[in-house]
Ligand binder design. Structure first.
Ligand code: SME
Length: 138
């Protein structure tokens, strides 16, 4: 890793911790980054229960679908989704918001909640704005 990469991951880790600590219904917060040469997402900084899903193929689960759709995906009730990867049985709802750098979908922030219907349009707008700031690190 170059010095620049270490700093960026530390910033992303701090963002995860800040969101997790300050918003009560954010119960897992993490970043996945896209490798466009293999069509795989790789888990980056996160906070919450460790997950087995550190690598997710494009198209699989909510995260994999966002890698292809380039659109924020709000899931009010994860049990209603057929293309969903369960990380924990306590998760009830989820939001995945893509990060764009020069128009390329380079990854996403993924947030799980133990509350049904946890994520509103306010969360969507806030996280999209946050991702625009994160994109400036690239
Ligand atoms: N639920 C996600 C997988 C990642 S875990 O939530 C950390 C999905 O369906 O893509």
């Amino acid at each position: 890793l170059e010095r620049k990469d270490i700093t960026r991951n530390q910033i992303l880790q701090e963002i995860c911790e800040l969101l997790y600590d300050s918003i009560s219904y954010y119960d897992w917060v993490g970043y996945y980054f896209a490798d466009h040469s293999t069509d795989l997402l790789h888990l980056g900084p996160f906070i919450g229960e460790p997950t087995e899903h550190t690598v997710i193929p494009f198209g699989k689960g909510i995260c994999g679908q966002v890698a292809l759709s380039n659109e924020t995906f709000v899931v009010d009730d994860v049990t209603a989704q057929s293309n969903y990867i369960a990380c924990s049985l306590t998760v009830k709802s989820e939001i995945v918001v893509p990060i764009f750098v020069q128009g390329i979908n380079i990854g996403q922030i993924d947030i799980d909640s133990h509350t049904l219907n946890a994520f509103t349009n306010e969360d969507k707008s806030f996280l999209e704005a946050l991702n625009k700031e994160v994109a400036k690190l690239y």
